[in-house]
Ligand binder design. Structure first.
Ligand code: COA
Length: 383
């Protein structure tokens, strides 16, 4: 068969490349489960720490297991002097995802056992990265604002500690209320895992070459950064700010469609009838907007969602980034940190997949259909 007749699934559209027991997406029923549990129920009843434990161990922790797991995570949150110096020496003009990517590379260089492929070692690495990534992000947020580094707490829960390190306010204060902590914690659970998305697949490709965990995570961060993937949550908020007025939202969306421009935060490669994570995040976003007296974003959200649905032949709907973007804005995070915050959550899913890929590995190496010049001889030199 000539290359021209080869069926090509551009973007691996609809191609099943391997099995996984980490999560299951069923687009027909808008369902997403982590290790068998519906993500909506996990967001409602479990903390992000419990979800991380579940993704790595296959089962939810008992109370004792959770206490031990959380204590280990809290003990790993600090950064050493060299890493702090590296982060603070990076240009403030670079994207925070570049800082995170560099920091993970550096942590990998300090691990003498980086190439160990044993699952227990990978899980330990995963826990260390889960613990340190929020500290790296918070340090980067504060140094760009001209504020000093706040040491991680050894007592606070994961979500609360992050808000503490970013805003320096104790629980109960306006920038660290129980409602803010809960909404943020939910978003982390919703962002934690999503089967063979582009960044997870990138991590699995790198792992399949028998490379190390840190390299796989660095590659995944690079993939997540793009606006068609994780970068969309930042783009969403830039769009909200550009529109700024609910009265302009409908026209803005219609213009985008008329100009055949992508509207970030809409559409999905797998879900074609709605993203299973949106109702939970949308409710959390709307509650935050009420509590912070910022309901104008909700008005814009509803108008844009309705306009996109009614004016596209495929009745396009929001994906998780559409409610997550304005929710993070209301929480007070700087927009360029929305995707790094996504990493804080997705590190759990990535590393669960790295373990799985390692335990049943086959080099990922697809074929391509050649469409260049026919074979030809190198011409005699005329010079
Ligand atoms: N805005 C406007 N039109 C969109 C759109 C969007 N966000 N997403 C898809 N479409 C259009 C496509 O251009 C295509 O139009 P066409 O048939 O005229 O070419 C049609 O809808 C079908 O697209 P589809 O095949 O379903 O998209 P995909 O699976 O190739 O792409 C995404 C999926 C996520 C890359 C795409 O929806 C997108 O770019 N969304 C915006 C970025 C984003 O929010 N990413 C985060 C994903 S969680």
């Amino acid at each position: 068969m000539s290359d021209k007749n080869t069926e090509i699934r551009k973007g691996l559209y609809g191609v099943v490349v391997d099995e996984t027991a980490v999560s299951k997406v069923v687009p027909e029923t808008n369902s997403l489960t982590y290790r068998g549990y519906p993500v909506q129920e996990l967001a409602r009843y479990c903390s992000f720490e419990e979800v991380a434990y579940l993704l790595w161990n296959g089962e939810l922790p008992s109370q004792e297991e959770l206490i031990r797991f959380s204590a280990r995570e809290k003990a790993l949150r600090h950064l050493d002097r060299h890493l702090i110096d590296l982060i603070t020496s990076m240009p403030k003009s670079c994207h925070p995802m570049d800082v995170l990517r560099t920091a993970i590379s550096f942590i990998g260089s300090q691990d003498p056992e980086a190439y160990t492929r044993d699952s227990e070692h990978i899980r330990r690495t995963a826990l260390e990265l889960m613990a340190k990534i929020p500290t790296i992000i918070a340090l980067d947020i504060r140094r760009r604002r001209g504020e000093g580094y706040i040491e991680p707490s050894r007592k606070k829960g994961f979500a609360e500690n992050f808000l503490w390190m970013v805003f320096g306010e104790e629980e109960g204060s306006p920038a660290n209320s129980r409602a803010d902590i809960e909404a943020f914690d939910k978003s982390l659970t919703l962002y934690a895992e999503h089967s063979f998305n582009a960044s997870t697949f990138a991590a699995r490709v790198i792992t399949s070459t028998m490379s190390d965990t840190y390299s796989a995570i660095v590659g995944a961060i690079g993939a997540l950064k793009g606006p068609l993937h994780g970068g969309a949550n930042e783009a969403v908020m830039h769009n909200f700010l550009e529109v700024d007025d609910p009265a302009k939202a409908e026209e803005w969306a219609k213009n985008k469609l008329a100009n055949k421009e992508l509207v970030m935060g809409f559409g999905h490669r797998v879900y074609k009838k709605g993203d299973s994570r949106v109702p939970t995040m949308e409710a959390a976003f709307k509650e935050l907007a009420e509590q912070h007296d910022q309901t104008k974003w909700v008005e814009m959200y509803d108008i844009m969602a309705k306009t996109m649905y009614e004016n596209t032949s495929i009745q396009i709907r929001p994906n998780l980034d559409f409610p997550a973007g304005p929710a993070y804005y209301i929480l007070g995070f700087d927009i360029e940190f929305f995707t790094p915050i996504f990493v804080m959550a997705r590190i759990t899913g990535w590393t669960a997949h790295i373990v799985e890929q390692n335990e049943n590995n086959s080099l990922i190496r697809p074929l391509s259909a050649y469409n260049g010049e026919e074979q030809r001889p190198v011409p005699p030199k005329s010079f």
